[in-house]
Design a protein around this ligand. Structure first.
Ligand SMILES: [Zn+2]
Length: 168
């Protein structure tokens, strides 16, 4: 994982995997959906090869997500490389919430890529599983590794920096 860390990367996502993520999002509505993306490091970045849905066990799944621990642990110990965590915002844009930033320490030691999807509410039929998904990708960066920025202390231990997402 060290090679994936600390540099600006491009994330390559096959359309077929993106469609699986979108379908899982639509099937989970109105709740938040979550899961992990699996893949490998490739020239100039990371290539996603698979999406693994994980059950959202948050007490309030309409507004929060929490990965089912046994499914998450099963992924960690299986013979695949988890490159990112994915969740959705059913009613808002796919940009990190304050709560998302606060929860980053749960993942930051293990993965460096963070994906947020959302239904495209400008589309007339959000219940259509084939309708498009808005998707943003971010790199998880430790604020302690950043250049000291004067007197201000970072609000959160980790930040999210936008990644270039390339669909293939
Ligand atoms: Zn979120």
């Amino acid at each position: 994982m060290a090679a994936l860390h600390g540099q600006q990367n491009t994330l390559t996502l096959p359309r077929s995997v993106e469609r699986e993520m979108s379908r899982h999002m639509h099937l989970s509505l109105p709740q938040e959906a979550c899961g992990v993306v699996l893949g490998e490091s490739a020239a100039g970045g990371i290539r996603i090869s698979r999406f693994q849905p994980i059950r959202n066990v948050a007490p309030d799944p309409l507004h929060h997500f929490s990965l089912d621990q046994s499914e998450w642990i099963q992924c960690l110990f299986s013979d695949v490389t988890i490159v990112g965590v994915f969740h959705t915002h059913p009613c808002s844009l796919p940009i990190p919430s304050q709560e998302d930033l606060q929860a980053l320490p749960n993942f930051a030691g293990l993965i460096h890529t963070y994906l947020i999807g959302a239904p495209d509410l400008s589309v007339s039929a959000p219940e259509d599983f084939e309708s498009p998904m808005l998707l943003n990708a971010y790199q998880i960066i430790s604020n302690e590794e950043q250049e000291p920025s004067g007197a201000s202390f970072p609000l959160h231990p980790y930040s999210l920096i936008p990644l270039t997402l390339r669909m293939t």
